[in-house]
Design a binder for this molecule. Structure first.
Ligand SMILES: [Fe+2]
Length: 279
């Protein structure tokens, strides 16, 4: 498998705190079946001012440590690029590394506030020849009210990355609901771990693959963790990579409705009760 979103580089964001942690995370990933990891530290202006050349040096250093420790893991570059002005210029200049130097890059929207012109920003980046891969849309606190906008972004050419742990409930019932819905509705291009540490954010990718396999079959699950990521690192034209599976016939998400949003019964009640603190 290939994990294209992982905060493995030690000491440059809120991911691995030190080399020892990074090596331990790498061992977990290898044991899980991962062969390639894109090191994708945050680039958030004013918070994490990481830059391409520094990230590249950190990757060389960590790769040497992995090799010395006999951990069979190949690293490549990337960044978890927060939505910010001049992102296209940053990608062109190398200040913001894309995934393996390809046209694909991780785009992290604000977590708690829906950006008013996200569609224009995404379209602008697409027009510049990049493919924004929107990170963990299922965990955004504003996804309820903007699900159709997320669908429209995919229709325009953006890709979505779901976090593997969301599909197994590691982030609670609400992200799980949205992750499953985006998988079922053919909106999910890749899974990644977005791993940060050894505790609650360890690099477990296989569990997400198995969760997708149970819903859409092993072939589509493999595409999300291997075929598409491999194509992305090879800078393949997105048109040449298989699109996510279309919605399954007969899939029903009807049931409960809040603010025009349809949710299926038991699961909806599960995360709603958490939201509103009712049992
Ligand atoms: Fe991340």
């Amino acid at each position: 498998m290939i994990d294209l979103h992982c905060h493995l580089l030690p000491g440059i964001d809120d991911g691995a705190t030190d080399l020892e942690t990074a090596l331990a995370m790498a061992k977990i990933a290898v044991a899980d079946g991962v062969e390639i990891i894109a090191c994708t530290p945050h680039i958030t202006p004013g918070v994490y001012d990481n830059q391409g050349p520094d990230i590249a040096l950190a990757i060389i250093s960590l790769q040497a440590a992995l090799d010395a420790a006999g951990i069979p893991l190949q690293l490549t570059c990337g960044a978890d690029a927060h939505l910010a002005p001049e992102l296209g210029q940053g990608l062109r200049s190398g200040r913001v590394p894309s995934l393996g130097g390809s046209r694909y890059f991780l785009l992290e929207p604000p977590h708690h506030v829906a950006p008013p012109r996200l569609d224009l920003a995404v379209q602008d980046l697409l027009d510049q020849g990049y493919v924004p891969v929107i990170t963990h849309p299922e965990r955004l606190t504003w996804i309820e009210d903007h699900y159709n906008q997320m669908k429209a972004l995919v229709g325009a050419g953006a890709w979505l990355q779901i976090t593997a742990g969301s599909l197994t409930g590691r982030f609670g019932p609400r992200p799980r609901y949205w992750a499953e819905r985006m998988v079922d509705e053919g909106l999910t291009h890749i899974l990644a771990t977005d791993a940060h540490n050894l505790r609650n954010r360890a690099p477990h990718l296989a569990e997400g693959r198995e969760a997708v396999a149970a819903r859409l079959g092993a072939e589509e699950a493999r595409r999300m963790v291997l075929d598409r990521p491999r194509g992305m690192l090879a800078n393949a034209d997105p048109e040449t990579l298989s699109p996510p599976n279309p919605p399954r016939p007969g899939l029903s998400l009807s049931g409960l409705s809040i603010s025009g949003l349809s949710l299926s019964g038991a699961r909806a009640r599960g995360w709603m009760s958490k939201l509103f603190h009712v049992s």
